[in-house]
Design a protein around this ligand. Structure first.
Ligand SMILES: [Zn+2]
Length: 467
């Protein structure tokens, strides 16, 4: 019997190999730029007074907690994370004879505190606001280090607190030297003014792309991993439309480079209708590049309570929408709504966009759709409607660790046959480890043993345009 099960390759169309160090580097970059009024763009080039610094429109605490949560599950390198995922898959009841094919999605968290009030008009050469005027020169490096160590302490305190609740007080939490050393390493690297990792722009043929240290390092590491494991690593580049010059980076890293697709994460404070995304959709259409977008009401959100977002319509008009996030249960509940994509998909230029609605609306809505179909506002059902209307709309089941998930999916697919051709398997490793103890990922793979081959392989091959 077991021989029948293991006959095909499995594709994990949604995983992450990032780590706490990238997130910590971005946290330091955000805080450093903010102290010179240069966040997210180059500003008035003077150090703010203490009272001015307190007036930022975002609360860094959320980011501190995010870095701390990653410290509990993701301190290893991307390559080690890749190896860990392969080991869990090998040890699972799939008894695989070939490696898992993985689609690691990059994350860009730099704009998590951007409330949109300082948006710059995108310049033709992409250089507007990209550059940071306040480099970490020897003269200012001691003030950078003071800031960095203060944030390190905050992260470690949050980490200890988080671990304590995670382990329900059973194990006393000691300060981990390993974890501390990792953070110190980030501070040391960023303090070196000459370091490549502190570069704030990347010079490309068409102009300059805004760069930040964690983003840059993660991109570099995924490139290296893809080179080494070309047959089983298909990375997606993180795109935030607010990153100046991002279209050029897509040209270089995706169209002409090793990245196979694009990852969007709107809950950090933008809509799919952001004007800077249109040229990218155009590129994706021209080159048949797949796009994966976060579509669940959970996850990491913008730190701002009010965000001004740009939105461009089919008729060419652009408006600024002010979103009061206190009116929503979470920022994702507003920004990740699948129907935000109607404006794009109903545009005949983009109705064939290869689009994966990651998380299929989230496990709660998947369950509701199976158990009480037809509830108004169910995201899983909204996505199914989009699947029925548009030929290249897909979804993945990432971060659905419940052992009943396959039963819910079967229930839904019996009612909506399109799901059999469009739903893909995904783990959301390493984020899903926040839900699990050590060997949890193996359980995750085992939960999907009953999935049809289309779900674990065929649909993803179509989405990825893979032979
Ligand atoms: Zn994810």
């Amino acid at each position: 019997m077991e021989d029948l099960i293991m006959s095909h390759t499995v594709i994990d169309v949604h995983c992450h190999f990032f780590n706490a160090k990238y997130a910590f580097a971005e946290l330091l970059e955000i805080a450093w730029r903010s102290s010179y009024d240069e966040y997210p763009y180059k500003g008035n080039e003077r150090q703010l007074t203490a009272s001015e610094q307190g007036s930022t429109s975002y609360d860094l605490k959320g980011l501190v907690n995010y870095v701390a949560s990653l410290l509990g599950v993701a301190v290893k390198s991307p390559e080690k994370n890749y190896d860990d995922e392969q080991s869990a898959y090998s040890a699972s009841e799939w008894h695989p004879s070939t490696p898992l094919m993985t689609v690691p999605l990059m994350m860009d968290i730099f704009f998590v505190g951007d409330d949109g009030s300082k948006s710059v008009a995108p310049a033709a050469n992409g250089s507007t606001g990209a550059q940071r005027s306040m480099s970490i020169t020897p003269e200012v490096s001691s003030s950078f280090e003071a800031l960095a160590h203060r944030l390190k302490e905050e992260v470690l305190l949050a980490y200890q607190g988080a671990l304590r609740s995670r382990e329900r007080g059973v194990t006393p939490v000691k300060r981990s030297r390993t974890v501390e050393r990792e953070l110190d390493l980030v501070i040391k690297t960023m303090s070196k003014a000459s370091s490549l990792q502190t570069r704030d722009v990347m010079d490309l043929k068409g102009g300059q792309v805004q760069m930040t240290p964690g983003f840059y390092q993660h991109m570099k590491d995924l490139r290296a991993l893809q080179k080494k494991r070309a047959e089983s690593v298909f990375p997606f580049l993180a795109v935030d439309p607010r990153r100046t010059g991002i279209e050029m980076l897509v040209q270089e890293q995706v169209i002409a480079g090793p990245f196979k697709g694009i990852k969007l994460y709107p809950p950090l404070g933008y809509l799919p209708t952001h004007p800077a995304l249109y040229p990218i959709y155009k590129l994706c259409m021209q080159h048949d590049v797949p796009v994966t977008v976060h579509t669940s009401p959970y996850g990491f959100n913008t730190l701002c309570k009010r965000v001004q977002v740009l939105s461009k319509k089919r008729d060419g008009s652009t408006e600024t929408i002010t979103v009061e996030l206190s009116q929503y249960p979470s920022a994702a509940a507003y920004f990740a709504n699948p129907n935000n994509w109607l404006e794009i998909l109903e545009n005949e230029k983009f109705n064939k966009l290869r689009l994966n609605f990651a998380h299929f609306g989230g496990d709660a809505d998947i369950r509701h759709s199976a158990e009480s179909p037809g509830t108004p506002g169910n995201w899983t059902e909204q996505i199914i409607q989009l699947m029925n209307r548009f030929e290249n709309v897909y979804a993945d089941c990432a971060f659905c660790p419940d052992s009943d998930t396959m039963n819910w999916i079967k229930e839904i697919a019996a009612r909506e046959p399109i799901v059999k051709q469009r739903l893909m398997f995904g783990t959301d490793f390493i984020m899903v480890m926040l839900k699990y103890e050590q060997d949890g990922l193996q359980t995750y793979f085992n939960n999907y043993l009953q999935a049809e081959s289309a779900m674990v392989e065929g649909n993803a091959r179509h989405f990825l345009k893979m032979a």
